[in-house]
Design a protein around this ligand. Sequence first.
Ligand SMILES: *Cc1c(COP(=O)(O)O)cnc(C)c1O
Length: 389
Amino acid sequence: MNNLIYLDHAATTPVHPDVLEAMMPYLTTQYANPSTLYAFGREARAAVEDAREKVAALIGADPSEIYFTAGATESDNWAIMGIASATESKGKHIITSTIEHHAVLGTCEFLKRRGYEITLIPVDGDGLVNPEDVRRAITDQTVLITIMHSNNEVGVIEPIAEIGAIAREGGIVFHTDATQSVGKIPIDVSALNVDLLSLSGHKLYAPKGIGALYIRKGTRILPYIHGGGQESSKRAGTHNVPGIVGLGKAAEIAQATMAEESAREIALRDRLIAGILAIPDTRLNGHPSLRLPNNVNVSIEGAEGESMILMLDMLGICVSSGSACTSGSLAASHVLLAMGLPHELAHGSLRLTLGKDTTDEDIDRVLELLPGIVSRLRAMSPVYEKAGA
Ligand SMILES: *Cc1c(COP(=O)(O)O)cnc(C)c1O
């Protein structure tokens, strides 16, 4: 679409042109199955292994610890189900947080219906988990701690290294969903003390439908997808060679450009935040500095998130409300509610997430249009009655 201002990179990103170019041979001439023995297949195999090295390098892992999946939803499901089924005789208690992605919360909910005890660690007003709360929740039945690296709605970066140290001390397997962090901020699985880490291609300029699970060497985990012997017999299914090659290329690009690009996005982000907060009765959601370089999440009193989204959409601007993944439903964001926001403010939230193609002019345009939209919605609002509004 021409003149589209896309500010929803937390939902998905465009495929980087260099990623597409790297993938093209594997969508056309290089179509061999990498599990075959002839030279044509070995070439595909080499491409898969090259991509594995690039993904490993991005997160400080060994290539043998990277397992390709169909995305972060599968990685999260596998991490939780795979550890639960490997530790059934040890205990049935899992610790997670109230602000996880639904891929984690839904899997924990599934296990709860099958007799697991799930502890949901709360967050503070900034969206942060307190590591001491995790420590206090551990029992002799605890088999897994799963806390996200950064939140997809409010961009808050959680104290994962500290939580990892606590898990390590207790001898408990620790998983983190780092889908929003990988490619944007430095991630090192050793420094973070994590045993399992989920990531997804389409959040870092690779295609949808490809992801990976990092599994620390020596971690006892059962497969989740059963079938053939691919991925060291841990994840069955013919390799998505084009997707894997694309993810590898995206990881390589992210590693090379991260420092410069994150500084650029932080400057745009902070200008956008300052401009929105200049509108009266607005607030920033999520910690101001422990925050992804590309995330802006604000609540605007007297203006419903859905209404703002539709009005911005008519002007060619794509943004989300706090309530991600539940479009069509008017449920307030579970993340904002967990942070203690009243329902009105949770409904009046807007998430704007920047990316590599976001320009100064894009930010100018949003800041030029948003105040008028807010004024119009407030004028129609039955609840917003601030003097002079
Ligand atoms: C997008 C996202 C997912 C789901 O990833 P898919 O590859 O779309 O399945 C999981 N967790 C977080 C934090 C995400 O942002």
